[in-house]
Each structure stands twice: as C-alpha cells, then as structure tokens.
Design a protein around this ligand. Structure first.
Ligand code: PGA
Length: 251
C-alpha cells in the first residue's frame, strides 16, 4: 500500500486565485512522484477548481460531509455531492469540528456510515486534547472515540476507512507528537482495532498521523512510528514545503 499524504487546507486560501495557484504549484511539484498517494482537501467552494480531470495523480477529498443524502439541510453537503465532485475521500471527526462545531461521536458515526454507503472513503480522525492528555485520559478517550465513531461499522466496511491519529494538542501548535509517543499510540490504536475487529484487520488498517507535520519530521512517523501516511494542515499551504514532505516520503 502506498503511503497516503492528505493536505487539509481548512478555511484557506481566501481567494479562488490563491486556490488555483496553490493547487497548480502542488500539481507541478508532483510530476515525478509515483509511490505516494496524495489527496488535497480544499474548502468545498474550490473543489471544482481542482477538478479530477486536471488533477491527474492528485486525488480530492472533502473536509466534512453531512449524513443525510438530500433535503432541507441548509448549509450542508452530502457524501454523494462530494463523490460527484470527484472526491475519493472525506475527512470526518476532525478535532476542530469536534471542538468548534460540537460534533459528537454519534454524529461522526452517522457521517462515516453515510460516506461508506456511497463509496466515499472516510479519513476518521481521533485524538485527545491537551487537558485529556494531562489528566491521563488519552487511552480512554481514544477507546471511546473508536467504539462510538465506528459503532455498527462492519468488518467489510472498515476496509474503506483510514484512521488519522491527530492529538489536538499537536495541531497547528508547532509542537508535534514525538516519534516515540506516536509509535506507542499507533500500537495502542491497532490493539484496540484488533480487539474490536480482528488481528488481520488491525494489521491491514491504514493509519496516518497529523499534527504539526513538516519536512523535517514527516519521514519519522512513517519509518519509525508505524504510520502509513500523514494528514497535513499548515504545511500543505506552502507548496514548496508540502512537495518536500511528499518527496521525503517517496524517497
Ligand atoms: P497542522 O494541522 O499540520 O497545521 O498541525 C493538521 C490537521 O489539522 O489536520
């Protein structure tokens, strides 16, 4: 399986021109890169700009979706709409959505199931906050996020899911989780998945790390901490740095 590098642009850039520039710079930088799967998750309004026809090797993803297929849900975007716009993936349960928009594990579970039902691959984010970590609650938080977020997700469906371990305290802070701790967490999550599903499912599971990734630390998460990819926020807005990360992973 190729490593998966996901660019989460969040609420950036501010103009269509900026989005096109960023997308095209990344596209150019990707020309000779083969053995890495790169996914860009722009704000919804820029999805067509980075349309799959021009995107070639770069895949697209949404940063969120709703659990209902259609109807009177002002401001929401359905999984099918994302699929129709050329998305292959959707980020669900990001800590910023849990924190700022009060997304619960139950809501995230409905979104995961809705995405899978139209063959959109969820990137399911889990991770503890700074307070939870300081109180020693990391393990129980992760367990509960997994249990509730993946409630009634079958063994077959789980194959479509990538788990993103993103400690909220490492996101956008410039303080990444160190490799040793990251490795412990990947082992812990795999153990939880083995208990919930099976050992072979847990072994095959694609797990990515996110939180202050840059071109200096990127490779360590993959080579030393048993992650199969990265979820990148800030550094994905700087095309040079982002391509540098992709190159260090493909090397
Ligand atoms: P960051 O964000 O790389 O800016 O820390 C990661 C994320 O939120 O997915």
């Amino acid at each position: 399986m190729k490593p998966l590098i996901v660019a989460n642009w969040k609420c950036n850039p501010q103009t269509l021109k900026g989005a096109k520039l960023l997308f095209n710079s990344i596209k150019r930088g990707m020309k000779k890169i083969r053995n890495v799967e790169v996914v860009i998750c722009p704000p919804f309004v820029y999805l067509l700009t980075s349309d799959k026809r021009q995107a070639t090797k770069i895949k697209l993803g949404g940063q969120n979706c709703f659990w209902k297929g259609k109807g009177p849900f002002t401001g929401e975007v359905s999984p099918k709409q994302l699929l129709n716009f050329g998305c292959k993936y959707v980020i669900l349960g990001h800590s910023e959505r849990r924190i700022y928009f009060d997304e619960t594990d139950e809501m995230i579970n409905k979104k995961i199931k809705a995405a899978i039902s139209v063959k959109l691959n969820p990137i399911f984010c889990i991770g503890e906050t700074k307070e939870e970590r300081e109180k020693g609650q990391t393990q129980s938080i992760l367990k509960s996020q997994i249990e509730k977020g993946l409630k009634k997700v079958s063994k077959k469906e789980i194959e479509k899911i990538t788990i993103a371990y993103e400690p909220a305290w490492a996101i956008g802070t410039g303080k990444p989780c160190d490799t040793e701790e990251a490795q412990k967490m990947s082992l812990l999550i795999r153990k939880m998945m083995a208990r919930k599903y099976s050992l072979s499912i847990a072994k095959k599971l694609r797990m990515i790390y996110g939180g202050s990734v840059n071109s200096k630390n990127a490779r360590d998460y993959i080579k030393e901490a048993d992650f199969q990819g990265l979820l990148i926020g800030g550094a994905s807005l700087d095309p040079k740095e982002f391509i540098k990360i992709v190159k260090t992973i493909s090397a």
